[in-house]
Design a binder for this molecule. Structure first.
Ligand code: SAH
Ligand code: SF4
Ligand code: F3S
Length: 483
């Protein structure tokens, strides 16, 4: 656990659980620890867990919190799901296929659980915030032990205790929350980099998107808590942070003492020992000149901006409730590039939003050609029940969407191969992230602009920032050599 020393043995379990957080959760961690110990003595081996994460970086960070609590209460990590005593799916529901994958995996898991009597199954994350999902689980997936949502993951230890004490399916879902609980254990996936939540929820209600319904209203963390967390991370070996929020550009608006995202970045920049700062996601409508200034002057903020456009047609953007036009978006991209010519711009695009015509689609292609993204995530529009777009007329037929999607992908890939290769021959600072998956004599490093480079090197370089010459571009990554 990251520089947060908890002495579980000092907690008096004969007393009632404290009401205040996080003390209440420390109490339940101590209690859960006893149950885990008891069971592991009974079966004669340590208990294990496996957490599978679906969806975005928010969920990835939430999973690290789940792992932190599980390790604190005595579980050990197991990479093979079928061998684990506690299997957790941290789910996503942003598109229908994310949702279907969870049901598919869960069906298989039910069969494995029959052969594995001690196995517990926990489901959490965005899908659980949808009442119809929980209904379906209650009727057709009775073997699930624990269901909770996005607002109460800090209560994980308390819920585990309820499960140990009740022997029944435990369900705890909150509709929304204004609560942020600090100082809980976290188990990071990487020693040298970490996600850091700066805000939760979303107030934008883009008409296609389910996130505001499952993640609740926007809440910003106190800047002091953010800085303190990053200082602790740095003391623990972290050199790069990724600041996380659905719309980081509106950070701080709801704080008692409002503070802009740009000012928060200035504070984070001052943290000694921190080398790199990234953030996700920037909504174009809220991206300020102040932010461009701060980025431009910064030595630590990476030269990468993910700026989801969603569509190039002003008419579709209006129906999407994105609150910018094609022209405004293009002007913004231009301004950013002018201030920072070496910046890498990436985006998200949805194809087949209700009412999208060929002309609208051509506008999207036009934006792609004008902005020339380093990369773009392209999605087929997925109807999410409860969102305004789900009941809009003129849903686009799937064969038309497929055809547009293929044409978009081709365009995006051609441009991105050209854009990415412009750094060939230059020497760049890279953060080494690991040994290459395909070739054990190579390591993989990340450039400030988020591209990857593979070069000869060993394990000892992991987590270090080194200078690398980019010899050859292979489309989306480079082959290089350390200099
Ligand atoms: N907060 C971020 C995005 C979070 S969801 C932002 O505003 O940019 C990540 C991406 O999923 C979105 O950018 C969008 O492109 C895509 N997405 C969201 N809802 C979708 C839907 N119903 N169908 C298809 N793609 C969707
Ligand atoms: Fe969804 Fe829009 Fe919020 Fe992003 S800003 S999470 S796309 S509603
Ligand atoms: Fe999915 Fe929830 Fe993220 S719906 S994209 S995991 S916020």
């Amino acid at each position: 656990m990251q520089a947060l020393e908890l002495d579980m043995t000092a907690i008096d379990l004969t007393k009632e659980a404290p009401v205040k957080e996080p003390e209440r959760q420390y109490y339940f961690m101590a209690k859960a620890r006893n149950y885990v110990k008891e069971l592991s003595e009974k079966i004669g081996r340590p208990l294990t867990f496996c957490v599978t994460t679906f969806g975005c970086q928010m969920n990835a960070r939430d999973s690290e919190k789940l792992c932190g609590i599980l390790e604190e209460i005595g579980y050990q990590e197991e990479t093979e799901e079928e061998n684990a005593d506690f299997v957790i799916y941290n789910t996503c529901t942003v598109r229908e296929n994310a949702n279907m994958r969870v049901y598919g995996r869960l069906g298989q898991l039910g069969r494995i659980k029959k052969l594995h009597p001690h196995m517990m199954i926990g489901l959490c994350g965005c899908m659980m915030q949808e009442p119809h999902v929980v209904e379906k689980l209650k009727t057709s997936y009775r073997f699930v032990d624990l269901i909770f949502g996005t607002h109460n993951i800090y209560k994980f230890a308390e819920l585990i205790v309820s499960r140990f004490e009740s022997e029944r399916m435990v369900i705890d879902i909150w509709k929304d929350t204004d609560k942020i609980v600090e100082d809980l254990p976290v188990e990071r996936k990487y020693a040298f980099k970490s996600g850091v939540n700066i805000m939760f929820g979303c107030n934008n209600f883009c008409s296609y998107c389910i996130v505001p319904y499952v993640r609740g209203r926007e809440r910003s963390r106190n800047p002091k808590d953010i800085v303190r967390e990053i200082e602790r991370l740095v003391a623990d070996g972290v050199v790069e942070v990724m600041l996380l929020g659905q719309n980081v550009n509106s950070y701080g608006k709801t704080l008692e003492e409002p503070l802009s995202f740009a000012k928060l970045l200035r504070e984070i920049e001052k943290i000694e020992g921190l080398k790199r700062i990234r953030f996700m996601t920037s909504h174009p409508k809220d991206l300020s000149d102040e932010l461009i200034e701060v980025m431009k002057d910064s030595k630590k903020i990476c030269r990468h901006l993910h700026l989801p456009v969603q569509s190039g047609s002003s008419q579709i953007l209006k129906k999407m409730n994105r609150r910018y036009t094609k022209e405004q978006y293009l002007a913004l991209a231009e301004k950013i590039k002018k201030a920072m010519p070496d910046i890498s711009l990436t985006t998200d695009i949805i194809v087949g939003f209700p009412g999208e015509t060929e002309e609208d689609f051509q506008e999207t292609l036009d934006v792609v050609r004008k902005v020339r993204y380093d990369s773009a995530f392209t999605f087929i529009y997925s109807k999410r029940t409860g969102t305004p777009a789900a009941v809009m007329e003129n849903q686009v037929p799937s064969d038309v969407i497929k055809d547009r999607f293929d044409r978009l992908l081709k365009e995006v890939q051609e441009i991105s191969a050209q854009v990415c290769s412009v750094h060939t021959g230059t020497i760049q600072e890279v953060l080494v992230e690991g040994v290459s998956e395909h070739e054990p004599s190579l390591v993989t490093g990340r450039l400030s602009n988020n591209l990857l480079v593979h070069f000869a090197g060993g394990q000892e370089l992991i987590g270090k920032i080194v200078q690398v010459k980019l010899n050859e571009c292979k489309g989306f990554y480079y082959i290089g050599q350390q200099v």
